[in-house]
Design a protein around this ligand. Structure first.
Ligand SMILES: Nc1ncnc2c1ncn2[C@@H]1O[C@H](COP(=O)(O)OP(=O)(O)OP(=O)(O)O)[C@@H](O)[C@H]1O
Ligand SMILES: [Mg+2]
Length: 126
């Protein structure tokens, strides 16, 4: 039996620049090497950006609980995916373009999740 099965962890390989391991209440992000050096570097930069933005504490951002300088690792709270109904009611453009700030998330389904009953951006490393 693998470690993943024993711990109930899920390995999410949907992202191009980062591998995401979902385990318990956390999402662990590391840069992805399979698409080459350039994408790996983008993964480092994405993790660095999330680490920095999370410090602002904006409620629209999924919080970062732990991170390593240089983009090697980011640990976020784990959000659940939106339901189809939640996604169809959701207006990503309005969510991201606020009067006083812009949330750097792509307007696509898997950039968002639900945490403690509210929608948050889970990929804001663009
Ligand atoms: N905090 C989180 N909670 C739950 N799932 C998450 C979280 N962060 C990321 N994921 C899942 O992992 C996937 C990949 O993460 P993320 O989008 O951050 O990587 P990426 O490499 O930047 O992706 P992309 O290539 O789409 O830009 C997300 O689409 C989402 O399904
Ligand atoms: Mg991304």
């Amino acid at each position: 039996m693998s470690v993943m099965t024993i711990t109930g962890a899920e390995w999410n390989r949907q992202g191009i620049t980062r591998e995401v391991i979902l385990i318990g209440r956390y999402a662990i992000k590391v840069p992805r090497i399979v698409y080459g050096w350039r994408m790996f570097l983008c993964g480092l930069l994405a993790n660095m950006q999330e680490r920095e933005f999370a410090r602002a504490g904006w409620p629209e951002l999924c919080p970062v609980t732990f991170s390593i300088p240089g983009g090697w690792l980011v640990v976020m709270r784990r959000a659940r995916p939106l339901t189809p109904a939640e996604w169809s009611d959701f207006r990503p453009y309005d969510f991201c373009n606020l009067d006083d700030r812009v949330i750097p998330a792509e307007a696509k389904y898997d950039s968002f999740g639900v945490l403690d009953g509210s929608i948050v951006a889970v990929d804001y490393g663009n």
